[in-house]
Design a protein around this ligand. Structure first.
Ligand SMILES: [Mg+2]
Length: 285
């Protein structure tokens, strides 16, 4: 069954954007990016970077250098306990700026076209209508919208970004805030919390349910048995306390010695104390 994903633009979304990065040492995570990616994965999303890398077509970086930059990106994320499910990048560019002829082409992979998202969906079995695209440019939002994803623009207060025209749903000041939006907007499955067996075999579920009910009944019976015993013992103690108290009173009225009366009242007090002790024990159970 296909699952949802969050597609992330790379530059100025996950990492700082000093210009065309062509060396691993230039990779710097944006503050809070690793934690945001962790939260998205914990919420059940695959996290996939989708990045235009026309620097390859422009001759500013080659594919091997780009791979090294991405290894560095993943290393930095893993150091903070995060990771990516995949990184997709488009090295192509149309027009005369593409000085490397092999990469000069008007590719469907290049945002704002949705090709990278479609390719990821095919290869990773992703559910695009339940997925999100997060990026810092209108081209990111356009690609997400054209792929049928929900969209969040980071720091998207600039001109030319109109919600109605671009299909933009949310704006955020950072990837951390965008992750919060995604998590808050994520509706748990209707049966979550009820079916805790993860879709196990129904017969096994029934068997486990029967065992649980049997244990519950046995536990209740044991509690009932103990309760009755305590109650009987407490009742006897209470009766003895009353008998001793009455007997002590009769000793006083029948002119018996004071010592007899005191001894009987003492016994009455003892049995009353036993009764109260049993009462407290029973309440704590
Ligand atoms: Mg960007």
């Amino acid at each position: 069954m296909s699952g949802p994903a969050v597609f992330l633009d790379r530059d100025n979304t996950v990492i700082e954007d000093p210009g065309f990065i062509n060396h691993p040492d230039q990779v710097r995570l944006k503050p809070g990016a690793a934690r945001a990616i962790c939260r998205l994965r914990e919420a059940g999303y695959a996290v996939v970077v989708a990045s235009n890398q026309s620097g390859v077509a422009r001759g500013l970086i080659n594919e091997a250098q780009l791979a090294a930059v991405h290894r560095r990106l993943r290393d930095l994320l893993r150091r903070e306990g995060a990771d990516l499910d995949a990184i997709y990048s488009c090295p192509y560019l149309a027009g005369p700026d593409a000085v490397v002829e092999a990469y000069r082409k008007n590719s469907d992979l290049r945002k704002p076209r949705p090709g990278m998202l479609f390719k990821a969906a095919r290869e990773l079995d992703l559910d695009l209508p339940r997925s999100w695209m997060i990026g810092d440019r209108p081209t990111d939002i356009d690609a997400g919208r054209r792929a049928g994803c929900r969209t969040i623009l980071i720091a998207g207060s600039g001109p030319g970004v109109d919600n109605a025209e671009t299909g933009l749903e949310f704006r955020a000041v950072s990837l951390a805030e965008a992750a919060t939006i995604v998590v808050e907007q994520t509706t748990p499955p209707a049966d979550s919390g009820r079916d805790q067996t993860g879709g196990s075999d129904p017969q096994a579920v029934n068997l486990l349910t029967e065992i649980r009910d049997l244990l519950d009944r046995q536990h209740r019976a044991e509690r009932q048995e103990d309760f009755s015993f305590l109650r009987l013992f407490g009742t006897l103690a209470q009766m003895l306390a009353i008998v001793m108290a009455v007997w002590g009173l009769s000793a006083m009225f029948e002119s018996e010695t004071v010592d007899f009366a005191v001894a009987r009242f003492a016994l009455a007090g003892f049995f009353q104390l036993v009764t109260l002790t049993i009462f407290v024990v029973e309440r704590r159970r």
